[in-house]
Design a protein around this ligand. Sequence first.
Ligand code: FAD
Length: 509
Amino acid sequence: ATTLKLVLGDQLSCQHSWFHTPDPGVVFVLMEVRQETDYVLHHAQKIIAIFAAMRDFARRLRNAGHRVHYLAIDDADNLQSLPANLDRLLAHYQAGEFCWQAPDEYRLDRQLADYAAALPIPCAMADTEHFYTARHEAAQLFDGRASWVMEHFYRHMRLRHKVLVSDTGKPVGGEWNFDHDNRAAWNGIPWEPADLRASHDHSALWATIEASGAASFGAPNAADLRWPLNREEALAQLERFVQHALPHFGQYQDAMSFKAWRLFHSLLSFAMNVKMIAPSEVVDRVVQALADGAAPLAAVEGYVRQILGWREYVRGVYWHRMPGYDQLNTFGHQEPLPHWFWSGDTRMRCLATAIGQSLEHAHAHHINRLMVIGNFSLLAGLSPQALHGWYLGVYIDAFEWVELPNTLGMSQFADGGLLATKPYVSSAAYIDKMSDYCKGCHYDKKARTGERACPYNALYWDFFDRNRERLVGNHRLGMVYQQLKRMDGPVLDAVREQAARTRRGLAEL
Ligand code: FAD
């Protein structure tokens, strides 16, 4: 009897043991379904890139001699949901067994587990063979602790996987973390590396997606799509990163500029999240660059920390806290997102740039996500759930397991501080220090009150004032509350008034 093996759109790893040798008794199933385009409003490039990569992957499997059943979004017999299509295909092939790979997302994990439990045939879930850690490994390491310090997890990972450690278990270079070297602003020199990613014309696919009725937002760039769509392109992207950007990655990791959307970041998150390349391959290549003398230790360590540390850590948070994590809202913030989240049309130059880049490229680098968009959202009291929907939709690399802990936990502190030891918020001063956004902005970065005062300033102090009870005991916020104390009286009253006015008029900012 035939075995049906389901491959999801973010499981495009040709290295997986499923694909080592063709087996005429196995049919691999890939499907483009409205269930997956519609669970949140997506950026157009995200839908195009995933479907195009799935099509490429299916072609590759067929060429390697595998049997593949591919359901395109506009196929007449596509029933547009996983269970409905699976029912039909299991009957069609008179399948004797059903297998799937462990989904990264709780929603799909439940759906497929429930589906399989009701089937009368043997079923089995396989590992994706992608991550360094198992779903619950981080939770076991933290063993019931209320706060999960990433650095602890990261050192454990370095030792366990012998990355940048000596034979005696000491960190290479004598320190575990070179973050103190990684805080430079960027003045345009060196210029960011040229964008040499392959360009694809996916206009025909885009027309099909639109005709299917799937809604989307953001620039499709269908005729000039620049995301890696298969393993070779992902490996080429990794090579270009190592050669041209990695040497400067550490130093400018937190820098922002309206002139350069990519700076020295790798743009590898999409390729890794759909599993075209494994995190271990990326880490090994970057560590090799250090051995070759092609990049400094601070850059290599900083980059390794993102993948071996943060990426695996947030996955652990996700599986530990789901279900229910997506509903947390410590501060009770309820404000809907202002309309300019979908247009970038605001006079705040930092937000216009960060949101504009997100809509244009389906990407923004970490500090734009955290310290511009997330920072403003938390200060303004936007609903973390609405924001979660926006982040999940807008970014090419957004899959719930990695997006949700970053948005809800790190950026919005909506979990009360599991990931972040204090809320990641700042006034205009930090944004001005790390970027060129404030020069030429309509708003005055120095002013706290008045028509032209930068909205971040009053909102920042008002945030700590409003949440005094919850945050005053946090030892990392001692200075903030000392300063706030000095502002008590008419100064603080004026700040409160300004912040209230700003919050009432978010749409007009
Ligand atoms: P680089 O800067 O080159 O970093 C290298 C790699 O490290 C990334 O590709 C990514 O795999 C990993 N990484 C770095 N930071 C993190 C992090 N905080 N958590 C997990 N992995 C990390 N990343 C996603 O992959 N998907 C998301 O949906 C996502 N949503 C985010 C939402 C918010 C509010 C914030 C603050 C961050 C989010 N991130 C997300 C993390 C990070 O911003 C992106 O991974 C990064 O910008 C991707 O671009 P890059 O590949 O050029 O990254």
